[in-house]
Write a protein that binds this ligand. Structure first.
Ligand code: B12
Length: 137
């Protein structure tokens, strides 16, 4: 009898917890994407998009490209490190000129970090500003 009551209590508790767990995983969190060309010195442009809870930056960039005609990007697939950001809005990096799109992140407290992974592995947090900076190595 006691066992049956405990089982009933346990299932009631599980039912209460389940909706929270489900909404958390389907949540989309807001981030900004700033596109900056440090070589041409053109004015930076900011776009707003959303990323899945614990989702990768590549997904957020695709969502942005699908919803905004002013943002386009291409990437190549590296056999070891995954997606490499090749071009943004028609501007591509190249080995001859030593140019590339650098990935930087401004956190909500204002700190700028340089992630040690690319767009396929970086997991943005809510309200971060992703900086795509065209620069030289
Ligand atoms: C040189 C170098 C670069 C150069 C490449 C220039 C060139 N075309 O030669 C530049 C400056 C462009 C670069 C950029 C970045 N890099 Co880099 N890079 C290296 C480094 C020091 C050597 C690579 C190399 O020459 N290997 C020898 C050649 C013969 O092998 P390869 O396979 O042909 O090398 C190619 C790939 O490594 C590729 N590549 C280089 N970096 C990256 C990063 C990503 C995410 C991808 C997909 C491919 C890639 O470019 C090389 C030349 O084509 C490695 C560290 C190491 N010691 O291996 C880091 C390394 C590969 N880079 C790394 C990172 C994180 C980046 C950036 C994301 C940094 C940033 N925050 O902006 C960016 C890429 C942004 C983008 N546009 O997607 C990480 C990748 C880790 C990971 N698991 O994702 C490494 C391992 C360094 C680290 N932090 O530990 N990088």
């Amino acid at each position: 009898m006691i066992m049956m009551r405990m089982a009933a209590l346990l299932s009631a508790a599980l039912l209460l917890l389940l909706p929270g767990a489900l909404t958390q995983t389907s949540e989309l969190v807001p981030i900004d994407v700033l596109v900056e060309n440090s070589l041409l010195g053109t004015a930076p442009v900011t776009f707003s998009t959303r990323v899945a809870y614990r989702g990768i930056l590549l997904g957020a960039l695709k969502r942005l490209m699908d919803s905004n005609a002013n943002f386009k990007f291409t990437y190549t697939e590296d056999p070891n490190y995954g997606p490499y950001l090749e071009s943004v809005n028609g501007v591509a990096g190249n080995d001859k000129d030593h140019t590339y799109w650098e990935l930087l992140v401004k956190t909500p407290d204002g700190k700028i970090i340089r992630p040690d992974v690319g767009i396929g592995c970086y997991i943005p947090s809510a309200n971060e500003q992703i900086i795509l900076k065209f620069t030289k190595w």
